[in-house]
Design a binder for this molecule. Structure first.
Ligand SMILES: Nc1ncnc2c1ncn2[C@@H]1O[C@H](COP(=O)(O)OP(=O)(O)O)[C@@H](O)[C@H]1O
Ligand SMILES: [Mg+2]
Length: 333
């Protein structure tokens, strides 16, 4: 373990015993290994993407890192603190945003939630005011401070939650699906903000997301987990290579034409009237391909579609020879 490691996970396990009634006086306990001997470290100031299929154990990891859940085994430290033992002490140093759930008071105007946090976290007055002003400005919430949370749109509410998570100047921010269900404008705002937070303030960020563009635009490092185990830890480009993932260039021509003759490995995968779809490796830039087509064809419009993250992960796991998971252990109580 390096000295600069801010988050340290060493063979961490989390097992859930799920009890199910199966008959009169009969219960079956199904053991779910949500996190399975997971090890990684994150250095101070890093911004790391944390991805994997549904049920892979991402949220469970974040809950252990915040101290909400206690690991079943292994060793976990954040800023040298054992989260589940000293959850309150750690709370002053971390911020967390769960995309699916708000920490704001539903019936209160946004500003009242912030006032409550000001007191809960005992944030010094000057600090609170300075942070509030800066965050509200950066996330464009100025007009909304007096609006009850229940009346906010999902994107506004999410930005409100991000402000709440950062009022106390945490050293690390955990984000669990912060852009899920957000419109394009809100997504861009959140991304711009996170980039700035990380570069200007040096805040360590662990970002769980389903949106590959979040990772592409923000994270130089990505960790992929599946069945609670680390499957990949490295740059995003490496993930694309391992998964041989492809992006799609959608081209609108002036008129219907035979399939575009594109330089390999790019190729036309679909033609519909004047519109053509070309697949090309996601690890390559679209620019040379676009330039070539623009030069030789009557181009009207074009756009690039990102590969679906689930598809990239599925391909990567497949190419790594992911062994099928054994059936869950069963015990009868
Ligand atoms: N409180 C819980 N009780 C029982 N099983 C749980 C609980 N929380 C999560 N799980 C199970 O643990 C696994 C990992 O869940 P989760 O961490 O939420 O995955 P992800 O966030 O990657 O989608 C899933 O199989 C899920 O059903
Ligand atoms: Mg989750």
């Amino acid at each position: 373990m390096t000295e600069s490691a801010f988050i340290e996970m060493d063979r961490v396990e989390k097992v859930f015993d799920v009890r199910k009634k199966t008959g009169f006086l009969k219960r079956e306990v199904r053991r779910v290994r949500a996190v399975d001997s997971l090890s990684f470290t994150v250095a101070r100031g890093e911004m790391v993407g944390y991805i994997g299929p549904n049920g892979a154990g991402k949220s469970t990891t974040i809950k252990m890192l915040t101290g909400i859940l206690t690991p079943s085994g292994g060793r976990l430290r954040v800023a040298g603190i054992d989260p589940s033992r000293e959850r309150t002490r750690l709370a002053h140093r971390i911020g967390v945003v769960f995309g699916q759930r708000t920490t704001l008071w539903w019936d209160l105007p946004l500003i009242d939630s912030y006032r409550l946090m000001h007191r809960m976290y005992r944030i010094p007055d000057a600090r609170y005011r300075e942070n509030l002003d800066r965050l509200v400005e950066l996330l464009g919430l100025g007009e909304l401070l007096d609006v009850p949370v229940r009346q906010l749109s999902l994107g506004q509410r999410m930005r409100g939650d991000i402000v709440a998570a950062l009022l106390h100047d945490p050293e690390v921010l955990y984000l669990d699906e912060p852009t899920i269900g957000l419109d394009v404008v809100s997504k861009a705002k959140v991304r711009d903000f996170l980039r700035e937070l990380n570069t200007e303030r040096g805040t360590t960020v662990l970002l769980t997301t389903h949106d590959l563009q979040d990772i592409e635009q923000l994270c130089s490092r990505v960790m992929v987990i599946d069945h609670g185990r680390m499957m990949y830890d490295g740059p995003l480009a490496g993930l694309h290579e391992a998964g041989e993932s492809e992006r799609t260039l959608v081209v609108d021509l002036e008129r219907e034409l035979p399939p575009i003759e594109a330089p390999a490995p790019a190729r036309v995968v679909r033609v519909e009237g004047p519109r053509q779809w070309l697949a090309f490796p996601a690890s390559q830039s679209a620019a040379p391909l676009v330039a070539r087509i623009a030069q030789e064809y009557p181009l009207v419009d074009l756009s690039v579609r990102e590969p679906d993250i689930e598809a990239v992960i599925a391909k990567m796991l497949h190419s790594l020879g992911d062994t099928p998971k054994p059936p869950p252990e069963r015990t009868t109580a």
